[in-house]
Design a binder for this molecule. Structure first.
Ligand code: FES
Ligand code: FES
Length: 205
């Protein structure tokens, strides 16, 4: 069986698999990375949305041989250690997730959108095609706008870089105090939600 190596969330990995195995199944079944969800397998639902070389892509329709030597980022690789990405923070603050199944893909699509436009319009957000069967689109919209403000806000007098990645193509659609301000029961709830957003798998999916 051929072997394919690529960078996954900052670490080199190797997959022993047929070249036409989809990246989604390589991630989920061979590497145990289950943040990217399976919904349709035909690039329609966008539940699997992740990043390839900093751009949004759909691993369900990408062969593993086509990512050899490249950089794949999933929802698991978005946070910087314990520091959530601003989009993840906005998602928590806007309490976006309902069942949660689509949310890793939604967040990855939102990050991609904000990488290519720091001040997205409603039209930009509407161009995101990630499906949410729970209908969380309004909260997704609010979270994206909140994240855009966070990412544009000065930090210690300096402007924050909008984003590292240069996403394209993809396609996407928060009250609470900041992460560091939540206490007590709210903190517990936020921590649970953070786990959900990093690698949500509420039903072992
Ligand atoms: S699983 Fe639906 S687009 Fe990938
Ligand atoms: S939150 Fe349930 S599918 Fe989107």
């Amino acid at each position: 069986m051929p072997k394919y190596s690529f960078m996954l969330n900052g670490q080199k990995v190797q997959v022993d698999a047929p070249g036409d195995l989809s990246v989604l199944w390589a991630l989920r079944d061979k590497l145990g990375v289950t943040g990217p969800k399976y919904g349709c397998g035909i690039n329609v639902c966008k539940a699997c949305t992740s990043h390839l070389d900093g751009k949004a892509f759909n691993p369900c329709v990408t062969n593993v041989r086509d990512v050899a030597g490249r950089e794949v980022t999933t929802i698991e690789g978005l946070a910087d250690g314990d520091d959530l990405h601003p989009v993840q923070e906005a998602w928590l603050e806007q309490d976006v997730a309902q069942c949660g199944y689509c949310q890793p893909g939604q967040i990855m699509a939102a990050v991609a959108l904000l990488a290519r436009t720091s001040d997205p319009t409603d039209e930009d957000i509407d161009a995101i095609k990630n499906v949410c069967r729970c209908g969380s689109y309004f909260r997704i919209r609010e979270a994206i706008k909140a994240a855009a403000l966070k990412m544009a806000a000065p930090v210690d007098g300096a402007a924050t870089p909008v984003a590292a990645a240069t996403a394209e193509s993809q396609t996407l659609p928060a009250t609470g105090a900041g992460k560091t301000a939540v206490v007590g029961a709210a903190a517990l709830a936020a921590a649970a939600a953070a786990r959900l957003l990093r690698d949500e798998d509420p039903q072992g999916a």
